[in-house]
Design a protein around this ligand. Structure first.
Ligand code: SF4
Length: 447
């Protein structure tokens, strides 16, 4: 295996180009699978998330499938698809807004009116009440959030319905309801505060979760968090409850609580496949944070060994990782923070700097191309983008935009109103939560 940090001689923002070079033997880099050079529609009939970092994860039964894409889009060249998307977008004008997540491939991002993380893009959706359609080039839970925050007459469109999120899928509403029942048996009525006014458990869900989960926390006095405000949200929750049930990402929960001084022994894991999540009643009684057994397969790829190698290869390197990485990786890094933090940290560097970044490769490649004065590389030497983001391709964007021109809304994502009502409560609690009074550690301020 080639362990040279990914660094092109001339930074190219397109991971697709990097993969094409590898496939052609013109690069000595390695990809986690060469299936990545195929088109996403080649994987529509194949069970699973498709090629990329989540391909080994178990896709839940009933996960949306895309179905066929008309042959004309499959046969079109990249240049033709680019021209068709541009023409359709121009013809639609203000009728459509296209949102692109930081982890999308460059060939998609070039068509986006807004580029950002899931929360920033939800805000962008809300800011365009005049648009009749919002094309969300992200994954399923992001489109759901945009639907809940946009107007009732606006259609939120996910160009490929198979673009889920393996982490969000690790916390199903059925499993979470079952967990809540078991915790009720252990702690008693979870909706009644004790003599000090504290509830036994406050459920906290990461933004990367289904609308059904956000609705669940809204119904049970809980709250949503992002990677930027996880500490503020945990402070909010600890002011209202004895402990927190945090899902779906164990790593964000653990890293945030650890930085707040919560002992590892007070953070048992909840594995939904085991009775009481695999923890003992005593562990759960002593718990401050119960961590759901979920993770991001992109950020789980980063290791302490990669950081140590980067420090040997580039003395003085500045290592920044995302808080979805495992705790030892966050501890070994110089800083940890959200995608927005990483972007701003690089923008703020006034001297040429070497950055080793632990987040999704499409964002890292784009940052490297945008900041040629710095040396920026992904800690993971293997090119392995997020499988589910990979499902969005210009062919699907052309298909949904041309559908709008024909008066047909394709791939609309709609959250039932009874779910959305409670989910909005959980989102509003997050927006109203105030930062902690005491200064946080560097990475917590950032993440
Ligand atoms: S990077 Fe991880 S959390 Fe983000 S969409 Fe992909 S699998 Fe989900």
């Amino acid at each position: 295996m080639n362990t040279t940090p990914l660094q092109l001689t001339a930074p190219d923002p397109s991971v697709d180009h990097v993969l094409a070079q590898i496939a052609a033997g013109a690069s000595d880099q390695e990809a986690c699978t060469m299936d990545l050079v195929a088109a996403p529609w080649d994987f529509d009939p194949v069970p699973g998330y498709g090629p990329g970092a989540s391909m080994g994860d178990v896709i839940p039964t009933g996960a949306p499938l895309q179905g066929g894409l008309p042959q004309e889009y499959r046969d079109a060249s990249p240049a033709e698809l680019d021209a068709r998307v541009r023409a359709a977008k121009k013809a639609l004008g203000d009728r459509v807004v296209i949102l692109g997540h930081f982890y999308q491939r460059e060939e998609v991002v070039v068509h986006a009116d807004y580029l950002g993380d899931s929360f920033q893009l939800a805000g962008a959706a809300k800011a365009h009440p005049e648009a009749e359609a919002i094309v969300f080039c992200g994954v399923h839970f992001m489109a759901e959030t945009a639907d809940m925050l946009s107007g009732p007459d606006q259609a939120v469109i996910l160009p490929n319905l198979a673009a889920g999120c393996s982490m969000a899928d690790m916390a199903s509403i059925d499993d979470v309801e079952e967990c809540w029942e078991q915790l009720t048996e252990l702690y008693g009525d979870l909706d009644t505060p004790d003599a000090e006014g504290l509830l036994p458990v406050i459920p906290v869900t990461y933004m990367n979760s289904s609308a059904a989960i956000k609705g669940f926390v809204g119904r049970h006095a809980g709250i949503v968090c992002t990677s930027s405000n996880a500490r503020t949200v945990l402070e909010w929750a600890f002011a209202r409850g004895r402990r927190v049930l945090f899902f779906p990402d164990q790593h964000l929960g653990r890293n945030t609580a650890k930085a707040m001084g919560v002992d590892a022994a007070q953070m048992p894991m909840w594995n939904p496949r085991r009775p009481l999540g695999g923890a003992s009643p005593d562990e759960l009684r002593d718990a401050r944070v119960i961590l759901w057994h979920g993770f991001c397969s992109v950020h789980r790829r980063f290791t302490v060994d990669q950081i140590e190698k980067a420090r040997v290869d580039y003395p003085g390197v500045r290592v920044i990782v995302h808080p979805e990485c495992p705790a030892p990786v966050v501890d070994a890094a110089d800083e940890a923070g959200s995608t927005d933090y990483i972007r701003k940290a690089i923008e703020a560097a006034t001297e040429p700097t070497v950055f080793a970044i632990g987040t999704e490769i499409n964002l890292v490649q784009r940052l490297a191309a945008e900041h040629p004065q710095h040396t920026i590389f992904c800690l993971d030497p293997v090119v392995c983008p997020c499988s589910t983001m990979y499902r969005i391709h210009p062919g699907y964007i052309a298909w949904v935009l041309e559908g709008l021109l024909d008066g047909e809304v394709r791939n609309r994502i709609t959250v039932p109103e009874d779910v959305a009502t409670h989910a909005r409560v959980a989102l509003e609690r997050m927006l109203a939560a105030k930062p902690p009074a005491a200064p946080a550690a560097a990475w917590e301020q950032a993440s």
